[in-house]
Design a protein around this ligand. Sequence first.
Ligand code: NAD
Length: 343
Amino acid sequence: MGKSFGFGLIGAGMISQMHAEVVNRLPNAHLAAVTAVPFEAARSFATRNGGDACQDVRALLSHPDVEVVVLGTPSGLHPEQAVAAAQAGKHVLIEKPIGVSLAGADAAIAAAKQAGVKLGVVSQRRFDPPCRAIKQALERGEFGRCVLINGFVKYYREPSYYSSSNWRGTWALDGGGALINQGIHTVDLVRWMGGPVKSVTGFARTLSHDIEVEDTASAAIEFESGALGCIQSTTSASPGLHISVEVLGDKGSAILKDSDIVFWKTETSDCAPSQEGPKTGSGSRDPMAFSASGHAAQFEDFLKAIAENREPLVTGQDGRDTLELVLAVYEASRSGRVVHLPL
Ligand SMILES: NC(=O)c1ccc[n+]([C@@H]2O[C@H](COP(=O)([O-])OP(=O)(O)OC[C@H]3O[C@@H](n4cnc5c(N)ncnc54)[C@H](O)[C@@H]3O)[C@@H](O)[C@H]2O)c1
């Protein structure tokens, strides 16, 4: 029998349920413990999924079998919980976003570095075979000079999605709305594919929900490479459509729709390279209507990173870069100005 990593989950909500299912399917992992507020939620979660229910974060972090902590809590709590996990000597995988402020992100990254533990940020779409195919073609220069890299998230969320939660749609704990929560995966893909961003302008508005944060955002960006791009994200597009990412260059272009490449043409190929493997899909109307395949691939990579003592494929810095781009759009919207990065 090889090593089995003990996982401690902080949070017992929607995404933690997926985390438990992923951990329980991995051959080299097991669910050791869970904590949530109220404790009763952790107890029923442990009954369903296994592991010990812990009274609070401190108890979970001192559980002797917990080696890897996964944060599935409201986004504004991520940095302080990541710092506590790192200081307890645990590797920590943080659900997106890494936090809601750059100061929080920096504190989490610094704590992991100081403790010598691995820190990763969930961005499961980077593990989708079609996204990797586009990224690899970009690295080979197959699209030539990239001129536009665009990302669109045309989702719908019922009013009850916000009203039934004490944290969604709040500045303090969600950090914003459609862009930082639903849009961040696509922002991450655009940033990953297009590279560092030089400047941003845009608007974030609350158009159809009774919430304090935006339900619709639209931004124009300029990459350091000189390419331009556009990011839009909404939770107000009924009935809930799709996400898409467009990479357009002077030697070829590709368009991703949800988890499928729907257009691909370069000077050497009229069809996308084979994209074997399971795909994530899209939560265009139902927040959890996507598959666990991306999470499974990312959890596997995270364990390999620990075993091989290397950085995971999505690092804390990656999570920070994506958060910085989101925050730049908010700043541009507030100030009505072009915002230059780094912030
Ligand atoms: N990767 C993805 O596609 C994806 C999808 C959904 C959610 N998320 C992210 O996961 C996080 C959680 O989202 P969710 O939809 O599961 O939320 P949720 O409201 O369903 O669950 C939040 C959980 O956090 C627990 N919690 C709250 N305060 C706590 C505290 N102080 N200590 C311990 N536990 C506490 C609650 O008990 C609850 O179980 C968010 O950051 C969200 O952005 C990521």
